[in-house]
Write a protein that binds this ligand. Sequence first.
Ligand code: ATP
Length: 336
Amino acid sequence: MITVTNAVKDFGDFRALDGVSLDVPAGSLTALLGPSGSGKSTLLRAIAGLELLDSGTIEIEGLDVTDVPPQRRGIGFVFQHYAAFRHMTVRDNVGFGLKIRKESKSVIRSRVDELLDLVGLGGLQDRYPAQLSGGQRQRMALARALAIQPQVMLLDEPFGALDAKVRAELREWLRRLHDEVHVTTILVTHDQEEALDVADHIAVLNQGRLEQVGEPTDLYDHPANAFVMGFLGSVSRLGNALVRPQHIHLRRIDEGVALAHTDWSADAVTERAIVERVTHLGFETRIELASIGTGEGFTVALTRADANVLGLSVGDHVLATADRDPSTASFDDYVI
Ligand SMILES: Nc1ncnc2c1ncn2[C@@H]1O[C@H](COP(=O)(O)OP(=O)(O)OP(=O)(O)O)[C@@H](O)[C@H]1O
């Protein structure tokens, strides 16, 4: 367990961390998610000891490490651009931390072989970093960080510099690796899809403050506020509410029918709207609409089958309705 309590960090007169308190469960893979500049890296670096807090405390496994230097915190750190020793083989790079700790040659050799198999680089021991792909280099970085058997792994956008396909592969690989080694891991990312894909806990940061922390489905289904809702998944503004595009139902209406433009009751929000665009995206159909009352645009996501039944085309008039879900206690927070 990592416990951060009331962490404050100022850079000059800019407050990068503004009283962050966070528990990271032992053995979890927790993502720190937030927009650029929200303080994710600062928080990670503070946990690593690379940044000293102005106030607040950090505990790792019950031990107050606030004033403990980085090398004595039992931490493995992987950055976006891994600084490999270019003149050393993969074997020597991965074994470096063990050599510093004066482990015997045979221990280093067997541990490095084991780790390289674990990260899928078995057989590449004698290559040099320049002879690896970007994805392989990041996996080598993970192996090197794991070599010292850290209590905690801190990953700062470890796949950020790689292309989308390799990124997606490495995410899946990281998930599986974590299932095997169970080291408490914190991953910094600004990519909500990456966080939802990989993490079992997500902490959402915004302007140096923690907005919400919880399991991915919890955050998605019960976001604490409009920021979290908008950051984790798509959002449409329907009338006076923010709702998921797939939670809006459409009913075709006759253009001439006399109906109120809107109905924002306690149970549901209804807007009369006109279809502006229909896009088929695989199994999903996205309908872009404009409210007749306010002119404001919003998007609805339908399954292809439902869209076919409705058979909507540009210019059609519809009633768009979303339930105010009573189980979502904080729904009123979304009302603008
Ligand atoms: N050493 C520093 N000196 C001055 N300001 C800093 C320093 N380090 C970070 N900051 C500022 O603190 C804020 C938070 O930075 P941080 O790197 O933690 O954000 P982030 O959420 O990780 O963003 P990104 O996703 O862009 O890396 C930013 O506005 C940044 O400019």
